[in-house]
Ligand binder design. Structure first.
Ligand SMILES: [Zn+2]
Length: 255
């Protein structure tokens, strides 16, 4: 189906302390990514006169999945996600390369392990958007809980390779904290300083809760672990980007 005239609208719903739930709508059909809570999703569906077709899960952590069961019971939608989300009850198990539709749009599953072993992201070429769960955050990345630093670096490389204009939607609003951490490592970096100043001073920037891959490549320090100046700032002479990424992640975990 052509996507001409069938825009994919994205409404981001902040839930709990800092989780972000993304409601996708094309015409009257909706999908929701990582519903950590069902109630705000049900309210948004009603307000916008949308019919929920699909719950998309990026990984198995409860703060991303707990609303899925209630949404299925209430709306009759299907729940899809990687095998590791089986405990939530999946109507369809997804693997890398699989496709899921939302109205006229198609989302493709990308393998993004590292935060959890089976973590996936959803990329929509026709809407130039990616939902990254806890793999990539705005100005940051997820903790490496189940994979290795090498695996997470490969995941970030896969996301970094998406077109620069791709809109990024992630699983938590940690943007200010991430930028403050980045500025502690690279205090004179123009892209990081400008983004930090914008988020600090502008409520609109603070509430934007979305970014682009191009902006992330410029000011997300975790995507820049292969830059000489990042390695130098970390005191690493080693040329291995994985070592630099691992050191950045270690410092952020202790931040
Ligand atoms: Zn998580």
């Amino acid at each position: 189906m052509s996507t001409q005239g069938h825009q994919l609208d994205v409404h981001t719903l902040p839930v709990m302390a800092d989780n972000l739930v993304h409601l996708l709508a094309c015409a009257r059909e909706a999908a929701v990514v990582d519903p950590g809570d069902a109630a705000p999703v049900l309210r948004a569906l009603e307000e916008r006169h949308l019919r929920l077709r699909t719950v998309l899960l990026t990984h198995r952590h409860a703060d991303h999945t707990i609303g899925a069961g209630e949404l299925r019971r209430t709306t009759g939608c299907v729940v899809v996600g990687p095998e590791e989300c089986a405990a939530t009850g999946l109507d369809r198990v997804l693997a890398a390369g699989d496709e899921v539709s939302c109205g006229a749009h198609t989302l493709r599953v990308l393998a993004t392990p590292g935060h959890t072993a089976g973590h996936v992201a959803y990329y929509c070429e026709s809407a130039t958007s990616v939902w990254t769960g806890d793999a990539l955050f705005l100005a940051g990345c997820g903790r490496v809980l189940e994979g290795s630093a090498a695996q997470m670096w490969q995941t970030l490389g896969r996301l970094r390779a998406l077109p620069a204009e791709t809109a990024v939607y992630c699983g938590h609003d940690y943007t200010l904290d991430n930028l403050e951490f980045a500025a502690s490592i690279l205090p004179d970096d123009p892209a990081i300083s400008a983004r930090l100043a914008a988020v600090r001073s502008s409520p609109e920037a603070r509430r934007a809760l979305t970014s682009t891959m191009g902006e992330e490549c410029r000011s997300n320090i975790f995507l820049r672990a292969d830059e000489a100046q990042v390695r130098a700032a970390l005191g690493l002479r080693d040329l291995d980007p994985v070592a630099a990424f691992a050191e950045l992640r270690r410092r952020k975990d202790a931040w």
